[in-house]
Design a protein around this ligand. Sequence first.
Ligand code: AMP
Ligand code: ZN
Length: 109
Amino acid sequence: MDCLFCKFINKEIPTEIIMENDYFMAFKDINPKAPIHVLIIPKKHFADISDMDGEILAKFPEFVRNLCDKLGVTDTGYRIITNKGKDAGQIIFHVHFHLLAGNDLGDLI
Ligand code: AMP
Ligand code: ZN
């Protein structure tokens, strides 16, 4: 399948990996919208959140905890966003969670 994020997972294309385990990988967003902007993706391909396997999704909080400890934002806080479909502006159809942190993120959400 011709999917950029699958190529990151398979190490066919290099990217700045911050953390990975058996289920997820986290890497830097190429166009950061906050001082810390990391994308978290499942290693298995799903198009979007509605497509995701519940068993894999259940592994998400542990990965986020470890990642945020590593990034040093556990106490200061962070925001996680996932876009699905046209109105949300999804442009990459391998589900990904934007992790934003590093300053006051404002009150849009
Ligand atoms: P969206 O599908 O709208 O949730 O956003 C896709 C995100 O992927 C955007 O924030 C992009 O900056 C990011 N992105 C696109 N290409 C790359 C890449 N090669 N490496 C890292 N992040 C990327
Ligand atoms: Zn993929």
